[in-house]
Ligand binder design. Sequence first.
Ligand code: PLP
Length: 429
Amino acid sequence: MTTAEQLALLGGVPAIEQPLPHEVWPPPADEAELSELARQRNTDISIKGNSGPIGRLEADFLAFLNDGARFAVTFNSGTSALLAAYFALGVREGVDVVGPALTYHAALSPVFALRGDVVLADIDPDTRGLDPKALQAALTDRTKVITVVHQWGHPCDMDAILRIAERHGLRVLEDCSHAHGSRYKGRPVGTFGDAAVFSLQANKAVYAGEGGILVTSDPQVHDRATLLGHYRDRSRDTVLDEDLRAHWVTGFGLKLRMSPFNAIVARHALAAFPARKEARHRCLRHFGEQLGDVPYLEPVHVADHVDMGAWYGYKPLYRPEALGGVPRSVLIEALRAEGMEVGAPSGPRLSTLPLYARPENPLFPGVPKKGIAPETGSHAEHVEQHALSLPTFTDWPGDRTLIGQYAEAFRKIGRHREALVRYAADPSR
Ligand SMILES: *Cc1c(COP(=O)(O)O)cnc(C)c1O
């Protein structure tokens, strides 16, 4: 530290030299991917069954899960796959789904399109996923499905959640959209529940652009989810139950299938995933070590029995009491001035969104719905208001210098705590 050092916010030299963006995702296509896309253009641009790149992606995805599920069905988005999963698990009017209070809304929003209702339960501050004790307390006599989201890549406490599900005869849906490649006690997430969905949207670790994949070992779930989103060939060829298969011409009225181009992109992303995951782990392990001596950060907690898979951003918690009570927004402003790519995570608590908060279902006025009051003092609120969203560095050792500069920017702000407190207190800034 030189005597001349000053916060970049106050006119000093930024700690981070590399211009934004720091997280570049998804990565560009290689020649093999581009030529396969070009070939597909002149072969079949609308696959009605599950042949070609659609079937190959589904088979590769089951192998990726160590064949821990029997069936994989692609959809045009993770949200569509979730809609199909909820339908297949029996969500309808009069049915409650219990899910986490803080997550990406699409994990639960499709429930309302099926006339079901959502009950939110608090999260566990360590996993940032559904807290089993809060789940137990949130069960109603209408609960039929528990949705777990392996939030930001960290698997939920599956032993406890599956025990509750078994005791009460409930179905479990895993939303693995943040958790491609994550493992709980050695077993891949997506193989614990009655069904699991992985979004393959562009921001996700395995990306199609737009797309989603549903996996299950339950033939009834497979058949019903397929019929909801894939009328004609796919239902005729793959629905197992003869009585259900009678609907193959119409399905259950919706067409939610993936395009072959998206399947090709996803298959290449899946093939590239293991090396990218390894690089992310190296980057983020190093980052976590570097941040260990920043007193106003609580580094991301990773339980010993889990593998964080792809990660999904690096999201430590801010401890304002260790930085003179400076608001998170001012900290973010100061970090951005230092050249950092940082923000507050984008998804608010679901109870703050009108679809959840209001006591009527806007799709079906008159269908009973409880409406959710905003919870205060919850872990969900604490994480929502204190998390920082940092890049998921992916290039090892290429990102090493940048990671070092991020850590240095955090330390620099700690050294200038008094100046930042004065800045935050100045109403004229
Ligand atoms: C991205 C995401 C979804 C929705 O997936 P789309 O493919 O964008 O429709 C659902 N749940 C979670 C947790 C997600 O991150």
